[in-house]
Design a protein around this ligand. Structure first.
Ligand code: PMP
Length: 353
């Protein structure tokens, strides 16, 4: 620590993503990446990009991508914002909208990046516990607030909140902005994007990192009323006017165009998730119903930390959280069918299973 650190930085515990190992003999089921490669069209688009043009600055507005996203979601160009991964889009949104006089409300168990950003930007916030079944109960959010954020489906629980409940929340909170983080929406969830047409207090954030297999290109986006998007643009342009590089822009456009590949790979993941859930349940695990590309699960008699270590020593990397209340749970990303078979076979060999 340096004496020059600001008070906000001093109390900050940075968000630590799951381990990114430097060796490749591990089955990596810890950071919710897609087990399949990106669409061949993405590779082709990047290969065909005239490399001499990398000399030039990229399009600061990422016009081609914003237009593709607008067409894809049947929205206007001015309803779309793009950034360097949804983490950056979230960060800019926290800066733009959440430093209010009343506290931001968020679930107690959710994406841990949110409270990191509250601390960094000195945003007052209140964490609302989930139900015993890990559901978000919006009646607990009936209190004065300067905004609401949650992930739908939620992470790390995987549970989805119904669209009509989100709509009621928007109606009850006409004076507040509600951000719905839909990082995992494409694995069977119901998106709040359609609510954008009727509500100016909802911002939906999505990513190319999960369902489009492009975590390494860093592409996220927000959809919402044009005044919200203008607010994000204002912060972005004061911060980094070139959030997406030229290759990310062409790669993302190509990914969006390959609808068949998207549907096919996501369906494989959904089928494999349902198979994995059934297998884990047969082995005595409790599995929270998931609409994502991961499962949140615990065993009745073995601690989460022990199971994580056991799997690690068998070259399987999964995510464990030491947070009280969920310390016995593991979050396991859905890999290929073969990887999940290895996971189940390895678990069967544990002496207490
Ligand atoms: N939101 C949630 C709920 C996530 O789990 C993640 C991935 N860690 C993100 C946002 C950020 O994803 P990315 O920055 O790769 O778009």
């Amino acid at each position: 620590m340096s004496k020059y650190w600001s008070p906000a930085i001093r109390q900050l515990t940075p968000y630590v993503p799951g381990e990114q190992p430097k060796v490749d003999n591990l089955i990596k089921l810890n950071t919710n990446e897609n087990p399949y490669p990106p669409s061949p069209r993405v590779v082709e688009a990047i290969n065909n990009y005239p490399k001499d043009r990398l000399r030039l600055y990229c399009d600061p507005d990422a016009t081609a991508l914003k237009q593709s996203l607008a067409n894809h979601f049947q929205l206007h160009y001015n309803n779309v914002f793009v950034g360097n991964g949804s983490d950056e889009v979230l960060a800019l949104a926290f800066m733009a909208f959440f430093r209010q006089e009343k506290p931001l409300l968020l679930p107690e168990t959710t994406y841990s990046f949110y409270d990191v950003y509250c601390k960094l930007y000195d945003i007052e916030y209140r964490q609302i516990p989930l139900t015993d079944d890990f559901e978000i109960n919006f009646t607990d959010y009936d209190q004065p607030n300067g905004g609401i954020i949650f992930a739908n489906p939620n992470a790390p629980t995987g549970r989805q909140t119904a669209l009509h409940e989100i709509e009621t929340l928007l109606l009850k909170n006409r004076e507040s902005l509600v951000i719905v983080d839909e990082a995992y929406i494409d694995f069977g969830g119901s998106s709040a994007v359609e609510l954008i047409h009727n509500y100016d207090n909802v911002l939906v954030i999505q990513t190319f990192s999960k369902s489009r297999s492009l975590a390494g290109l860093r592409i996220g986006f927000a959809l919402g009323h044009e005044d919200l998007i203008a607010g994000l643009e204002r912060v972005k342009n004061s911060f980094n006017s070139y959030p997406l590089d030229s290759l990310a822009i062409v790669g993302a456009v190509a990914a969006l165009e390959d609808v068949d590949y998207f549907n096919e790979t996501n369906q494989k993941i959904i089928d494999c998730r349902d198979w994995t859930t059934a297998q884990l349940e047969q082995l005595g695990f409790r599995v929270i119903p998931s609409k994502t590309n991961f499962v949140f699960t615990c065993h009745q008699s073995i601690s989460g930390a022990e199971l994580m270590q056991y799997l690690r020593s068998n070259n399987l990397l999964v995510r464990h959280f030491s947070k009280p209340g969920i310390e016995n749970f593991l979050r396991i990303t859905i890999g290929t069918a073969a990887e999940m078979q290895t996971l189940i076979e390895t678990l069967k060999q544990h002496p207490q299973i």
